[in-house]
Design a protein around this ligand. Structure first.
Ligand code: G4F
Length: 329
């Protein structure tokens, strides 16, 4: 039985990955903040159904000794480093804490593994935000990075650290350059969930409008459940490498709204209001990923379509507010 350690296990990706690895027969461990362990009902909503089957360890990405302590007590075959301050808008509001957590946290994980378990395979959650002001479209593993937010900058640093540990110390370190990936477990601050949760509240008579920023922002949106399979595959290869994970399809925020409102039989134009407050100081251009390398070398491909993703998210939010989801067929 393989043993995996997941940082960020309480998040969207962490919970899907934990589920997936348990299904493959892994013993799954997670790093969580001590405050989360003390407040499980609020902090473990995505993990509730797995709590009996995973082992959680208190540690903070800001504290090297706490990470060192967990890694010194148990041998792990694989480590998936997903924890981060991952909301781009927040990184503009507080770039310093985003940098501290994302860069130092990654460095601490790598340094502790190097010291204690250099044979543990390491996955770093890179991001399409690293491409930022894109130099070519679609983006591949060869496309130069030009990050446009403190978050993007912190992810480039994490990516470079991961590659450096691979090259300098011969560790099995791989990075996924993941494009946006969503699901009914997405945080409410991200645009897709903000849209689907508000659609459901409007349908239930609990909200009257949806205020958004840039409707023309364009993203390559996949399903998180598909993307965690790619993370696992990266750590099963003979040699460590970096892979773009994307659908290769791109849509605007406006299109996402149209589809989400239509799923609930509502006209998006009646409810969506553009609000300057949700614009960002710098926006990334057209993001669209070319995942040919992952498809060829990992045998990975997405199973969800954009339409299925939107429908699953809207239906889940409608159920949550007690609204009626659209009948299938
Ligand atoms: O949903 P978002 O906040 O995601 P963003 O910034 O693309 O980042 C996500 O994907 C990255 C992968 O490339 C991850 F690395 C990152 O951690 C995160 O998961 O915003 C998507 C787009 C942006 O262009 C934003 O300007 O939607 C636009 N948008 C328009 N109105 C809005 C809003 N975004 C948010 N969050 N809220 C709005 O009201």
């Amino acid at each position: 039985m393989k043993r995996a350690l997941i940082t960020g296990i309480t998040g969207q990706d962490g919970s899907y990955l934990a589920e997936y690895l348990l299904g493959l027969g892994y013993e799954v461990h997670g790093l969580v903040r001590r405050v989360a362990l003390e407040d499980p009902t609020r902090r473990f909503t995505r993990l509730e159904h797995l709590l009996e089957r995973v082992t959680l360890h208190p540690a903070s990405l800001e504290s090297y000794p706490s990470i060192f302590s967990v890694i010194s007590k148990q041998q792990f075959d694989e480590c998936y480093h997903l924890a981060a301050q991952s909301f781009v808008a927040e990184s503009f509001a507080d770039g310093f804490s985003t940098m501290n957590t994302n860069i130092n946290g990654t460095h601490y994980m790598l340094a502790a593994l190097r010291e204690l378990q250099p044979s543990c395979r390491f996955y770093f959650a890179g991001s399409s935000e690293m491409f930022g002001k894109v130099r070519e479209t679609p983006q591949t593993e060869e496309t130069p990075f030009h990050p446009r937010s403190p978050y993007g900058i912190s992810k480039v640093a994490g990516f470079d650290l991961t590659r450096n540990y691979r090259e300098a110390y011969g560790m099995f370190c791989a990075s996924g350059i993941l494009f946006n990936h969503e699901s009914p477990r997405r945080g409410y601050e991200f645009v897709t969930r903000k849209v689907t949760s508000t659609v459901a509240r409007i349908k239930a008579g609990q909200a009257r409008e949806l205020r958004l920023g840039n409707l023309e922002a364009t993203r390559d949106w996949g399903h998180a459940r598909d993307y965690v399979r790619a993370m696992h595959l990266m750590l099963q290869q003979e040699t460590p490498d970096d892979y773009v994970v994307a659908t290769g399809e791109t849509h605007t925020v406006r299109e996402f709204c149209e589809r989400a409102f239509a799923r609930a039989e509502l006209d998006w134009q009646r409810y969506v209001k553009v609000d300057e407050r949700f614009y960002r100081p710098a926006e990334v251009d057209l993001l669209i990923g070319d995942s040919a390398k992952a498809r060829r070398e990992l045998g990975w491909e997405p199973r969800y379509t954009f339409e299925q993703l939107v429908e699953e998210m809207v239906d889940a939010d409608l159920r949550a507010v007690g609204g009626k989801e659209k009948e299938e067929g």
